[in-house]
Design a protein around this ligand. Sequence first.
Ligand code: PLP
Length: 761
Amino acid sequence: MEIYLDCNATTPVLPQARQAALAAMADDFGNPSSVHSTGLRARSLIDDVRARARRVLGVPGGRLLFTSGATEGIQTAVLSALVGLRDRRARGESVASLLLYGATDHKAVPESLRHWKALLELGMDVQAIPVGHDGRHDLAWLRERAPRAGLVCTMAANNETGVVSDLDGLAGVLAGSPALWLVDGVQALGKLALRLAERRIDYAPFSGHKLYAPKGIGLLYVREGAPFTPLMAGGGQEGAQRSGTENMTGVAALGAVLAALEDGGTFGDAATLAGFRDRLAQALLEAFPTLVFNAPPALCLPTTLNFSVPGLPSKLLLDLFDAADVRVSGGSACSASKAQPSYVLQAMGLPAWQTASAVRLSFGPAADEAFITAACERIRACGRSLRESCLQPSAPGSLPPEGLTRFIVDGACCYLLADAASRRCIVVDPLRELTERLAALLRCQGYTLAAVLDTHRHGDHASPAAELRAALPDLGDDTGPLDALGWPQDVRELRLGDRVLTRLPIPGHTADSTAYLLHDANGLRLAFVGDTVMPGALGRSDFDESEPLVFGASLLKLAQVVGPTTLLLPSHDDGDRFASTLATERRAQPLLARLLGGGLDAPAFAAAKAEREGGVEPGDCATPAGGARVAPHVDDDCKVLTPAQLLALVERQPELLLVDVREAYEQRLGHAPDLVAPRARHQAIPLSQLLLALPDWLALPTTTPVVFYCRSGNRSAQAANALRRLGHEQAWSLAGGLALWRPQGGDAPAPLRDPDVPAFA
Ligand code: PLP
């Protein structure tokens, strides 16, 4: 069962609202402007719902319009206020110069202010009212500017944090000001009494879909006497205040929600909801003991919790919750590789780690006891899964990392090579951002740190190797003195179970650049090559530490030792290509191809490379790969399969391999997906552990399809692209991931079940 905890984004539709909407389509489908009986019935419905809305909002006077939602309500209010100010100015009255909005307001507010100000050519200044650490408006700042403000926009309650504004304080500050006042009431409806008339609020937009009505219906209240200009002109509906045939299904559904609010039986009261929130908060603290709340719960809506967990980015938590079928949302929108911090939390002055790792959990006032109990249990299960993966330091884990794990921070790569049997590990190219997490992971698993190695002295950051060793004092190795890159002096090879690491100096990018070669029972398995060869680029050689004249010789030596097909693991991978080979890079990089083909001597290679690097500032990290020029990659478009196509492909090619690339903590929580097909083979290889599996997939017959899947299709697309770039053409990603996997419905055929195929772990 899905536990939906994202009600500040949107809510499901209340059953009685669904019924009302269906009735409005089936029976009362008339146009309220028609004068025949069918039309009159529709008119009566709309009048009843408006009257109900007036009672619920406590606004017997003023305008109350049906809109398509809050964004439209905000446009109408802003347009009305600005036209009013322009008219006052045209009449020669003195007009204030400021348009103010809360720094944590929904984007619809500042964007509307800027949009309409520009269209109306009003030379007014748009400014954000700062908020304090608690998310509430800085009233002293506002008091100073209120006399010069033409319009002040604030929200009743914030959608990300749930922080409730001090509306009485704001009303007091604005008491003597000429400013019009807009209060965005979206998140307050059904949860807080706004006392719109009493507080002399001029405009208040609301949205149906935030309170169990469907999308596409909203309300706008306008105080009697406040300026008003219709946003839409036409047939004169809504008393010519908002033309366009009314959305009668939306109105009917909203009417059912308002009736539920009036009846008092459907929605919990404030005390009940606060009790639910406290239980969820407790479950969260048990699941993630180091969690911090990003806004003081006492100042927030009783239905919203916003929190961050140190060391756990919001993307990781969202994947974890989603795997447990718990829907929450990130306080921040995450792009493919970098998290966009939440502007709301930034405005509150929270530290960067908190703004970049925030998660919002919000339920609706129709939540009941059983739902909250199930939600708490599911949250605790998420915590257990993380602890078992040792991502939370509080308990010993049962799943030791084995093999090779890749960590990536803003394109920089760090590798953990671990041997579960001996509990020894080696870290290659450590990153400061990961020190704490790695130390916790290794401590939790009782691992001994056999070595922390750098492939070179990094130009863009100092190595945190010493910090990592110091963070694990009881696990430190006793191999004696280390060289500058962390290799134990007088040691030829580092052994880790049946794997062996040797080194190969490859000066060029820097004088000390070194490759670490990993061998196993089958011979050379892969090489950590630092910045010397990256996917699509060669490391720069115009740094002070570089030795450009020997770069070419180093590449030739590398080619001789590793050959064309050994996997090369870089220390930068901005394009999510994971690994490369010299054969792949020869195809992508003409300069490298000429060198390896014998067409360039060392000075000619150095000159050609210097020419290519000219004009790129050293350390210019706006360009990826530590400032190197990256060759454009022509076939980055991922090949995707819809569920129906996947099932058809399995029928045609039963040797097909299905790979779940979700992380272990998700796989453990996730329901075994219905991706079961006769004879199709399955593997669970988390994206972070992809590297050691790549050579095996590359060794498959070229016609064998390898189909990756994950939660949403992003990570599986990365895996498929990486494999395809390395030469396996039949690499695919399941479009939309498990989120869109509906083999029972839609156009996808029913799944083909095979009782002999074991369930996923
Ligand atoms: N204001 C707030 C506080 C909101 O949370 C939202 C929705 O996210 C909006 C305005 C926009 O509402 P609608 O989706 O109805 O346009």
